[in-house]
Design a protein around this ligand. Structure first.
Ligand code: NI
Length: 255
């Protein structure tokens, strides 16, 4: 009994030592985090790298007819997979600003979003108004959401969208510095959450979309998904092409 305890203790020690060695080795190859202290508890995943030059974007100045279609507040167990089928049929890539509670509830949908070439951004955990929170509360919202996205997909989000579009210029600045995220707003909002009907959502998207535009809809609403085949087909017919938010920002005309 005593020997067994000793053996277990030894084994435990050896495991701890070898883990320590491993983590030391991993630390040696890691580059310094780009912004302040290493807040990312996942540790082994890369921190977000810088995206674009501005603290926020509601559209991007581009020379070619590219737009970004963004879906907020999911993933939803029924509507998001149905949307992914529609996007896949048309080879359209989109960006999903997920709420972390939904991300944790539907990790398989999170992984499908990434596997099919889409992008995921940070839309906080509680979907509260950031302008009414302390910096520490906002920091926790973004960190916890970041961690939930990384732990479900293995991919770090590179942009954030403030719930309701509510964010101060000071918050944009320190969030950019600390997390590397630009705040992504939008140039077209068909107000699909007011449920105006699928054809209205589609026609508002089509009439509002211009090159460099960022289109906002919500994949938690079934009528929004119903609007997508027609909206996407009409936008493609207008000569517009779909890219993710970070791809659109990468096309930004500077100067
Ligand atoms: Ni939202």
């Amino acid at each position: 009994m005593c020997c067994l305890a000793a053996l277990l203790l030894t084994t435990g020690c050896q495991t701890a030592t070898s883990l320590k060695k491993k983590s030391k080795k991993a630390a040696a190859v890691n580059t310094e985090p780009p912004h302040g202290e290493n807040w990312n508890e996942a540790g082994s995943v890369s921190l977000p790298t810088s995206v674009g030059t501005r603290n926020s974007y509601s559209s991007v100045n581009v020379s070619l007819p590219f737009i970004a279609l963004t879906f907020d507040d999911g993933p939803h167990p029924v509507n998001t997979p149905r949307l992914l089928d529609i996007l896949k049929e048309r080879n359209v890539k989109a960006t999903f600003y997920v709420v972390a509670t939904n991300a944790k509830a539907h990790p398989e949908i999170m992984r499908r979003i990434i596997a099919e070439g889409h992008e995921i951004g940070n839309h906080t955990v509680t979907h509260g108004d950031l302008t009414k929170m302390s910096n520490d509360q906002v920091r926790k919202e973004l960190r916890d959401s970041h961690t939930a996205i990384v732990s479900t997909t293995g991919v770090a989000p590179r942009t954030m969208r403030p719930p309701y579009g509510a964010i101060t210029s000071s918050q944009k600045s320190w969030i950019r510095n600390e997390f590397g995220y630009p705040a992504i707003l939008w140039s077209v909002d068909p107000e699909d959450w007011k449920r105006p009907g699928s054809s209205v959502v589609a026609s508002r998207l089509v009439s509002g979309a211009k090159p460099g535009g960022i289109l906002l809809v919500h994949d938690i609403h079934a009528p929004t998904i119903d609007a997508m085949p027609s909206a996407i087909d009409q936008l493609l017919a207008k000569g517009l092409q779909f890219v993710t938010v970070t791809q659109l920002i990468a096309m930004e005309n500077k100067g």
